[in-house]
Each structure stands twice: as C-alpha cells, then as structure tokens.
Design a binder for this molecule. Structure first.
Ligand code: ATP
Ligand code: MG
Length: 531
C-alpha cells in the first residue's frame, strides 16, 4: 500500500478548487492521461480557467446549463471543472442513446450550449431537428466534424488563463446527471459541490479504509461512461485524491487488460456486465495483476459465481459499491475482507454504510422496520441530491422533509448492519403469495454451464398470479435444455423461486450502464394487462 496523499479536503469546497488545490500541491503530477496525452494538474487548472472564461464570454451565467454528448475524454473533465469555476452546471448525456432520446434530454436540460464528441458530430443536425425549442450553439470536442463547428481546444485557448474567481457556494448545483432510465424515462439528478465532495471528505478523514486511501502512485482507470455516476463520479474520486486517471474512450474489454498491463492501473470501477466480459477473455488469465490493488464493482446486482470467478482470476481486493445517481453514487460498500469465496454469507451482501451515511428499511407507510425484515431501503447522507431537475412532485415523493431518500430498492439490514439488497421494489415477483426477487434467481441460474446471461421476470399466470420466467442467452455453441436449467436452479434455491419456464434469446437488452431492461422483457407478456 502506498502512503496516504494526505489531501486537505477543507481547501477544496468546490469542484474548481480541486484543480486549484492540486495545481499548488502537485503541479507536475498527471491528472489525466488520454490516448497518449497527459494533462498535468497545473495544465488542468489553467485550462479550466480558460473554459470558465469562454463560457462567460458566450454570455452564460451561474446556474445555466451546458450539455455534453460524447464518449469519455480528458477534455470532458476539463469542461466539467471549467464550467464549475463559472458556476455553470454540466449535464453529460449517454452517447449510445438514440437521436430522439438525446434530443429529449438535451431539451430537458435547457442547455445554453452543447458540446459533442466526434462520434456524435454527424448526428448534430438530426438531433437539432428533433429539438422543439431553441437550438443551442454546438462546440466539437475533437477535429474531424463539420467545418462550421468551433473546436473545443481553440475555443478554450482564445481565452486568458487567469482565474475568473466567480463567487460560488458549495451548496450550488454543479452536475446534472441523468438516471439510467432502467425503470422509466431518465430523470436529471441535481448534484451539488457538497454532494460530490462532502462524503469523500468524511470518508477520508473519519474512517480511512485501505481501499479508499489514495497515494501519489495510484492510477485509476475510468472505463465506464461519463454519463453515468460510475464514470463521472469515479473519475472525480481519483481526481479529488490527486491520483492519475487513465481515461478510456469507451469500455473495450481488451483495452482494459492493456491499461492494466501498460498503465500500472491500481484501482478501477466496473459494472458487473463489464466485469463479466473482461474476466472471460482468455488473456485475462495470463496477466500480471500485482499492481492492481482493488476492483470496485456495483451499480447492478452481481451473480455470486461471477464474483467468485473474478476473485480467482484477478486475485486483487474487491469492494462492492451500492448507490444510485440520486445519492451521488456509493453510499454502501462491502469491504475486501468480506469477500471470502469459501462461504462467508456476507459475500451476498452489499455491505456497510459509508461514513456519514444513515440507512433505514421502511414499510409502505414509511414506518421503520426492524433488522432482518425486508422493506424499501432509505438513505440519508450529505450526498443525497438537491432534487430532480424540473420534477418537483418526483422529488417530493423521493426525499421526505427529514432528508430520507427512498431508493425504490428492496432489502434488509442484518443484526450487524450489513445491507442485503433484494432488488427493485417494482421488479419483485409475487407468485402464489410469495415474494420472489429476480436477482436471487438470476444468480442461481447464472451458474449453469450453458448460461452466458440471464434475466428473470414475472409473467402473468392464472394459477399463481405471476410465474417466474428465466430469459437466457446461451453460451456460444450450446443449445441448453430448459428443463435442465430449471432442475439446476432447484438445486440452488427453493422450488417456488426457481423458474417455471425458460425462454432463449441471443443477448439481453441492456442500457448504457449495463443494466438489464427487465421492463422491456416483461412488456410482450403483459400487453393489455395490469401488473
Ligand atoms: P432509473 O432510476 O432511471 O430507472 P437506475 O435506477 O438504473 O435508472 P442508476 O441511478 O444508475 O439508475 O442506478 C441505481 C440503481 O442501481 C439502484 O437503485 C439499484 O437498483 C441498482 N444498484 C446499484 N448498486 C447496486 C448493487 N451494488 N447491487 C444491486 N443493485 C445495485
Ligand atoms: Mg433509479
């Protein structure tokens, strides 16, 4: 383990201060490395001053929004911190969304300017046509697009690099991150400087946990999309701690291994769907992982067999993360020492609250439930969002007057305070009066040797109300027998939880954060019926 970088979080109340602070403390250290380009902390500080000035010169005012549609890049982080220095809110939008979905979110943000990556530059016209309201000016992040678009670096470099020193409050909104849209339309979660920094500060100062201690030699891999908290949030955690962030343009499993081998990556965050692809590459078993100290994973349930396989292949520390966009990411973590493949039941848990986080389990009326009783998980912490952008009713339904945020996830706390997540409340299957949580059934079926991926849904059933159905994507070259899969599941979980039927598909529908879209799988079965 490296020596703690001893970051003084008191000197960085806002995102812009993060650049200012590290430019003083470690000006020549690399903040971001992207496709051969290194940005030192001193560069980051100057560039973000220029970005702030460029936005001000365009007439933007504190509280205005800008949108970013593109893959990951170091320049995205410059833009975010530069906008932060001018009090401007950045809304990153998933580049994999369809033009109509992008147009919906761009319009929702009311962005005064839109910054687009090269992969989107050709669709600018298409998206613009879909916008009902005003068409904001567009800046291209990289060369190669239509000649009439200004280029980000030129637009930035036309400005002086003197700090604009815009007065700000740490309670101001700085990032508007859209939820993944797993259960409905994405909602804009408004996150403040405090949301992003306060818990990091508490965690670093109050309870330094090995996996969360960063040293000057730490290198973090930013491989998840920046439109998701697992991309932007994770990228910022490394930055706050003065570590070097290796930014991957997009998730590419082979390149993840290359980065680990050649860029001395020591910490990375991957969602389970990404971890599964990496761990199954034959080359994954040939690499030296001695520099890799921790893999953080989360944002969706992980099948136990996948976790075991990953621990075996990487041999490094593992930390689970549970949280949501609305809680600025991680609020619960499962420490490395609880990752004991030999049968520790805590391996099935999401873990313990981060310092400064309170958890409760609520019944439908909002009453607090005792240990070992399943209900809705509620969270109170300094990283609960300020609210949903322009969705006051949804905000009020999510956060109560005392600051408790209802997650929509079902789970329980055990007597030691470990959180066990069952699933989203809305995905729970009620069959013959029993509550069944798809993630548990998926984890059981996933272990079958012919199964590559599995989703479990409830389908209408005259006798049981709902019946459990597994939708399976088989491993290449095999044709599994549905009865064999059902029999296999029955050896691992209670019969009433095991699937009653199995459908086969080539691949499961997932959103950009790798989450299975169960609502899409359910739709054809429920057409015209109430669920
Ligand atoms: P939307 O709110 O738009 O439907 P979403 O909830 O998928 O989308 P995110 O904020 O990206 O958007 O995801 C948060 C959700 O991810 C949590 O509410 C929970 O259901 C799931 N999740 C996060 N971490 C874990 C974890 N460690 N284990 C299981 N599920 C997790
Ligand atoms: Mg959600």
């Amino acid at each position: 383990m490296t020596e703690a970088a001893a970051v003084d979080f008191a000197r960085m109340p806002t995102l812009g201060d993060v650049a200012r602070y590290h430019a003083q403390e470690r000006p020549d250290a690399v903040a971001f490395s992207f496709e051969g380009r290194d940005t030192r902390f001193s560069d980051l500080d100057r560039h973000t001053n220029q970005v702030a000035r460029a936005l001000i010169a365009e007439g933007l005012k504190p509280g205005d929004r800008i949108a970013y549609v593109g893959k990951n890049s170091d320049l995205y982080f410059e833009m975010l911190l530069g906008a932060a220095k001018a009090g401007i809110v950045t809304a990153p939008i998933g580049w994999r969304l369809a033009p109509a979905e992008i147009a919906y979110i761009v319009a929702d943000t009311e962005a005064k300017m839109v910054f687009v990556g090269p992969e989107l530059v050709d669709h600018v016209g298409e998206v613009a046509k879909l916008l009902d309201g005003p068409r904001p000016p567009v800046v291209a992040m990289e060369p190669g697009g239509p000649a009439d678009l200004p280029l980000f670096t030129a637009w930035r470099d036309a400005q002086s690099d003197v700090d604009p020193a815009t007065p700000l409050r740490s309670s101001d909104v700085v990032l508007q991150l859209y939820t993944s849209g797993t259960t409905g339309k994405p909602k804009g979660a408004m996150l403040t400087h405090d949301n992003l920094l306060a818990m990091r500060k508490a965690a670093a100062e109050r309870a330094p946990m090995d996996w969360n201690v960063w040293g000057p030699d730490d290198v973090s891999l930013v491989a998840m999309p920046v439109a998701h908290i697992g991309g932007t949030g994770w990228g910022l955690v490394g930055l706050f701690n003065g570590a070097k962030g290796v930014v991957a343009r997009e998730f590419d499993p082979t390149k993840v291994l290359d980065f680990i081998e050649h860029d001395r990556v020591s910490k990375m965050f991957l969602v389970p769907a990404a971890l599964q692809i990496v761990v199954r590459l034959p080359r994954a078993r040939e690499i030296d992982y001695s520099r890799l100290s921790y893999i953080l994973y989360g944002a969706a349930p992980i099948p136990l067999d996948l976790l075991r396989e990953s621990i075996e292949v990487f041999g490094c520390g593992f930390v689970q993360q549970y949280g949501m966009t609305e809680t600025t990411g991680t609020v619960v973590y499962l420490p490395p020492e609880d990752h004991d493949p030999a049968g520790n039941k805590r391996m099935r848990s999401a873990g313990l609250p981060m310092p400064g986080v309170e958890l409760r389990i609520l019944d439908e009326a909002g009453g607090v439930l005792p240990a070992n009783t399943v209900g809705e998980i509620a969270v109170r912490s300094g990283s609960n969002m300020a609210g949903y952008w322009k969705l006051d009713a949804a905000t009020d339904a999510t956060i109560d007057a005392d600051g408790w945020l209802r997650t929509g996830d079902a789970g329980y706390l055990d007597e030691d305070g470990y959180l066990f997540i069952h699933d989203r409340v809305k995905d729970m299957i009620v069959s013959g009066g029993e509550n069944i949580y798809p993630a548990e059934v998926e984890s059981a079926v996933y272990g079958h040797p012919h199964v590559a991926e599995v989703a479990v849904i409830g389908v209408p059933d005259d006798k049981w109300g709902e019946a459990v159905k597994a939708v399976v994507a088989p491993r290449p070259g095999v044709t599994p027998d549905p009865d064999d899969i059902i029999a296999f599941a029955r050896t691992r979980i209670a019969h009433f939880k095991a699937p009653k039927s199995v459908d086969f598909v080539e691949a499961l529908p997932r959103n950009a954060s790798g989450k299975i879209l169960r609502r899409q799988l359910r739709e054809p079965y429920w057409a015209g019926r109430e669920r």
